[in-house]
Design a protein around this ligand. Structure first.
Ligand code: SF4
Ligand code: SF4
Length: 703
């Protein structure tokens, strides 16, 4: 696991009178316990991974409270867990990265939203949108609209976030509807504090069990026709009005009054950026007091028509600040104002861009444009000056950095996935370049230089399925690459089962590194057992678990090989065979090598302990003999390891820089393997750095 949450787990125990300090997402975790949640599930992914990670590590305390925690194998299984709240007064919460996770969960969510809930349900979405986002840029808002689920978007400060979690459960129960809460990256990681409350032991729990299904069988709780027709009507006729009433009565949205006759309507999640922008424009003091009235929507769906109309009543113009496309909120407000014959002129996407994040710069520009039309008496010249300075900084930076080479993201130093792509690159020189269907995970780094492999990327665990159409039309076998995380998430059924059922061909490479590495090395069904991990210290990184291989064999995969990733020669031979054999059917290579990040996290404390005990420790490091290096850098083009780089040629008669290995080398061995497999110049050497040498080491190595 990426982090130890020892301190955070202690914070979860805080009660009345104590103050919680920490990150936004951990405040959500605490708020769930303060709300008497019965069960929590989810699937890891930034920026919400910590919610589940901390709960998994706090299992002992969760057991004490009677809270069931489940690390689900996909977002679909997490969403389906919420079924526990359809018939029972049990509060449940699940979490995942959106939009991708919400897509995966969509089936269960539709049925859940149709049936409605008795116990409050909260879906915490890591809204991975904008700068730093790593998924397709779409909004979760669309799911709220299509399924009639409510969507919270709280102001990013810990007290508001916690209050919205608590109220979110009440809203869910008052309207029998699942509630989603979107938290952007910055909201998850914003730091702050709030007054803690005692945790509430859940009404229904692992300690306070149900004595059976509901006494009376309620057919209407099944999302099944004809009940679904009634449920659709209930959504609009009963649940929606109930939700609006609750939102208004509990003032979930906040009005910040001002003296001006123009107003701003903002998504809660954009609040901090807006405050900064107003400050830049000279229209807010450091505490956020502004002459501009603001309606902060902590609930972005549903809107409460009376609230919108009342806010607009005495305004000549409104500006809606809504990130992303399309402008769902602006369109709804336009409808509401039109129906109410409200005179306020409505602006939004005409002042700010349609697609992409609303950072402070964008907000300053948009506000300036709006105010120039509707409040020209306000002096916003400070904002114009600030924008000019930003422009100048960008221009200066571009001029100074113009010649800087691009630095694509890449694998960690010593990553076991790098050698596989080196092998694929070598084989491509012989058999030609195949279509490579890439998947979500660390291996996607191979899409960048120096590997440039990966022609499509269609979702987590979807690479083999995405190759199904290409393979029959290709003269060379299409290759799908998938991690073990993706395999268990979706690849086994969407890819392997589908390929076998259709008697497909093609090559599948499964990176068996042992964990869902890209999301923080969470454990999988096939993670190495603890004792096998310890065996790996200082020895082979290969682990013994064969769950993936057994599963594939059981399904009927006939051509199956497991290869040690770092053995590039073996990988080259196996991959070439897979690409060229006459044998029909799916060819699966399980590329085995433990995630180096996780391995180093385990090794480092072990090594430190040895060194502080003055015990002998041998560190392997690779190096380049600068006299032998020809300077053609083929080794770098085959590896891309950040610690294999170049330096000035020490030979005054040669101008090409020579390859060099810098100190971060973890001695994975790829340099030697590549030099051997690709028959490169013999400049690499393997060195053993002995710390705390014995007398025998000293004697043996004496010159
Ligand atoms: S996290 Fe693990 S699998 Fe991912 S790039 Fe780093 S070493 Fe490789
Ligand atoms: S041996 Fe080569 S590839 Fe492996 S960590 Fe060292 S420099 Fe990087």
């Amino acid at each position: 696991m990426e982090r130890q949450f020892t301190k955070e787990i202690e914070s979860l125990r805080l009660g009345n009178g104590a103050t919680f300090h920490g990150e936004g997402i951990l405040a959500v975790t605490k708020a769930l316990l303060q709300s008497g949640v019965s069960y929590v599930g989810g699937y890891q992914g930034a920026p919400v991974s910590h919610l589940l990670d901390v709960m998994v590590q706090a299992r002992e305390y969760m057991d004490e409270l009677g809270v069931h925690v489940e690390a689900c194998t996909s977002e679909a299984s997490a969403a389906a867990m919420l079924g526990a709240s359809i018939n029972y007064p049990a509060r449940g919460a699940v979490t995942w990265k959106s939009i991708v996770g919400t897509n995966v969960a969509a089936d269960a969510l539709s049925y859940l939203a149709s049936a409605g809930v008795m116990g409050g349900t909260l879906i915490v979405l890591g809204e991975d949108y904008g700068e730093g986002g790593v998924v397709a840029q779409e909004r979760s808002h669309a799911f709220a609209l299509k399924s009639l689920m409510w969507l919270l978007d709280p102001r990013p400060n810990l007290s508001t976030i916690v209050e919205q979690v608590e109220k979110g459960f009440e809203l869910s129960e008052a309207s029998n509807t699942p509630v989603m809460m979107e938290l952007r990256i910055r909201a998850c990681h914003v730091r702050g504090s709030f007054a803690a409350k005692d945790n509430i032991a859940p009404a229904v729990s692992t300690r306070n069990k149900l004595d059976g299904p509901p006494k009376e069988f309620i057919y209407d709780r099944l999302a099944h026709p004809p009940a679904t027709f009634r449920q659709e009507k209930l959504k609009n006729d009963v649940r929606l009005p109930a939700a609006r009433k609750f939102i208004a009565q509990n003032r979930l949205n906040e009005i910040f009054p001002g003296t001006e006759k123009v107003g701003l309507v903002v998504q809660g999640g954009l609040w901090n950026g807006l405050q900064r922008a107003l400050g830049v424009l000279g229209l807010a003091d450091p505490f956020g007091t502004s002459p501009l009235p603001i309606l902060c929507l902590n609930v972005v769906y549903p809107l409460v028509p009376e609230e919108i109309v009342a806010f607009a009543k005495d305004k000549s113009a409104l500006l809606v600040l809504e990130e992303g496309q399309p402008e769902f909120i602006e369109q709804e407000i336009a409808t509401l104002l039109g129906r109410a014959d409200a005179p306020a002129k409505l602006h939004g996407k005409d002042c700010l861009h349609m697609a992409g994040e609303y950072n402070v710069e964008a907000l300053v520009r948009g506000l300036s444009k709006f105010l120039a039309q509707h409040a020209p008496h306000l002096d916003v010249s400070r904002g114009s000056q600030w924008l000019k300075e930003i422009e100048k900084t960008k221009k200066d930076a571009a001029e100074s950095l113009g010649a800087l080479p691009v630095r694509p993201p890449t694998f960690c130093v010593g990553c076991p996935e790098r050698p596989v792509f080196s092998a694929m690159k070598l084989v491509a020189q012989e058999v030609g370049r195949p279509h490579v269907s890439m998947d979500v995970g660390c291996h996607a780094f191979a899409s960048f230089e120096p590997f440039s492999q990966g022609n499509t990327l269609l979702g987590y665990g979807m690479s083999l399925a995405a190759a199904a159409g290409v393979n029959p039309m290709s003269s060379k076998r299409a290759v799908a690459v998938m991690g073990d995380g993706g395999f268990w998430h979706n690849g086994l059924l969407s890819g392997v089962a589908s390929n076998l059922m259709n008697k497909g061909d093609g090559v599948l490479i499964i990176m068996k590194n042992g964990y869902a590495s890209a999301t923080g090395t969470q454990e999988l069904l096939s993670s190495p057992p603890e004792d096998a991990r310890m065996i790996a210290v200082g020895a082979s990184s290969v682990h013994a678990d064969t769950t993936i291989e057994d599963t594939l064999r059981g399904l009927g995969v006939k051509w199956l090989r497991t290869v040690d990733n770092y053995d590039v020669g073996a990988m080259v031979r196996t991959y070439k065979e897979a690409m060229t054999t006459r044998q029909k059917g799916l060819k699966v290579i399980v590329a085995e090598g433990e995630c180096q990040l996780e391995r180093q996290r385990r090794l480092r404390p072990e090594v430190l302990k040895k060194l502080s005990n003055k015990e002998r420790h041998v560190r392997v490091k690779y190096g380049v003999d600068e006299d032998t290096c020809t300077g053609d850098h083929s080794c770098i083009r085959l590896s891309g390891c950040p610690t294999l780089t170049v330096k000035d040629n020490p030979d005054p008669l040669r101008r090409d820089p020579v390859a060099t290995v810098i100190d971060g080398c973890v001695g994975c061995g790829l340099c030697g393997e590549n030099a051997h497999a690709a028959v490169l110049c013999p400049s690499f050497y393997r060195a053993e750095v002995i710390q705390n040498p014995t007398w025998w080491d000293k004697l043996w190595n004496a010159q």
